[in-house]
Design a protein around this ligand. Structure first.
Ligand code: ATP
Ligand code: MG
Length: 359
């Protein structure tokens, strides 16, 4: 926090629909600023495929420096199918940020907002309110760019370390405890494949050790395959779930599907000191520039940012503001907002207007 107590927010709008969903999220935060004692200082900075095309840099050093100094980082989405690095890999500065700032905990809540259609029968009655915590710096992704391919075979490596796993589990148990304090079950499920791979048995062992230090959190262990079936049959049985990078990548897209679509899902990548908040979705080039993008996930990511800042700096008013944003989003949907994303008639501007009005 700077001298005048303003929270300094690095704003990386990115590519595609990134800037389209960022604008309403910033409007929401400005409204929070106008109606609370919270103060923000927003600094926008370039990152992504468009910037790479223009300057040869997808994540300029100046942007990294800004992110390092800021209290939190808000990110739209980055990367475009038409712009790639010379070796033909995708431009993913969001992944660079994860590794650079060691943001090991990828937090992906999936809460079904009343009034939003879920593909799961019974979900409108039972509700869905779970969080996937995806380890975000190792697992199968530790192999990124290092895989070995010959004419006859290809190999990648799965890495699980004690250092990262222990921090990940501490974070996960703490989150489950905070949820419990807010009236959720406070149950933590470890998702792995410990029956087949030694690396996952190691993962589970460390989970069990952490569980001993947090006896007030109910724990559960599931193999990822069985877990997938349960997630679509009884998603309301889950509270907080923690898993390896690749499993989290896949299951968090699925849980976003359970709550109505990619545009609904917020996320956070959290480390010991830094954190990036961005919607789960990508740049969605198929709908960019048409005013169709659903900004809900981005707005809810801004709410998560306030909650994280509240926890970090002991700012009660930031926690309240985060909850206020969630309630405003709920009210917009209760009042009948239907995003084009799932067949309704409301585009970005309508959704933004409804949330701002509800605030
Ligand atoms: P990434 O590789 O970055 O994850 P992706 O190829 O998985 O990207 P997304 O950009 O996440 O793709 O989008 C998948 C599809 O979901 C898009 O083609 C788009 O139609 C839809 N979509 C994603 N985000 C939104 C949104 N905010 N509003 C409406 N539709 C969206
Ligand atoms: Mg994707």
């Amino acid at each position: 926090m700077s001298a005048n107590n303003a929270l300094h927010i690095a704003v990386l709008a990115g590519d595609g629909i990134g800037p389209e969903v960022m604008a309403p999220a910033l409007e929401v935060l400005r409204k929070i600023e106008a109606t609370t004692d919270l103060k923000f200082r927003f600094t926008e900075a370039p990152a992504g495929a468009n910037n790479y095309r223009e300057t040869g840099k997808s994540m300029p050093e100046s942007t990294i420096r800004l992110c390092d100094e800021a209290d939190a980082i808000l990110l739209g989405a980055c990367g475009l199918p038409s712009v790639r690095y010379p070796d033909n890999t995708e431009i993913m500065p969001q992944v660079e940020l994860r590794f650079h700032f060691d943001l090991y905990a990828g937090v992906r809540p999936a809460r079904l907002i009343p009034g939003v259609p879920s593909p799961i029968v019974g979900a409108d009655q039972r509700g869905i309110d779970l969080i996937v915590i995806r380890e975000s710096t190792e697992g199968l992704f530790a192999s990124m760019g290092k895989g070995v391919v010959t004419d006859t075979e290809a190999r990648e490596t799965l890495v699980i370390t004690r250092k990262t796993s222990e921090r990940l589990f501490e974070f996960s148990f703490r989150l489950a405890e905070r949820r419990k304090a807010r009236g959720r079950p406070g149950q933590l499920t470890c998702v792995d494949k410990a029956n087949v791979f030694k690396a996952f048995a190691f993962f589970r062992e460390m989970f069990d050790d952490a569980a001993k230090r947090h006896p007030d959190v109910k724990t559960d262990r599931l193999y990822v395959d069985a877990c997938s079936a349960l997630l679509v049959k009884r998603p309301w049985d889950f509270d907080v779930m923690v898993m390896e990078n690749m499993f989290g990548d896949i299951l968090s897209d699925m849980t976003a599907g359970l709550i109505g679509g990619m545009g609904m899902a917020p996320s956070a990548d959290i480390g010991d000191r830094h954190a990036v908040f961005q919607p789960c979705h990508g740049t969605a080039p198929d709908i960019m520039g048409q005013g169709k993008a659903n900004p809900t996930g981005m707005i809810l990511s801004a709410a998560m940012m306030l909650d994280w800042l509240a926890d970090k700096h002991g700012l009660e008013s930031a926690a309240e503001a985060g909850e206020r944003i969630e309630r405003a989003v709920d009210k917009a949907y209760a009042d009948g907002i239907k995003p084009m994303e799932f067949g309704g008639g409301n585009g970005t501007a309508d959704i933004a207007k409804a949330v701002l009005a509800a605030l």
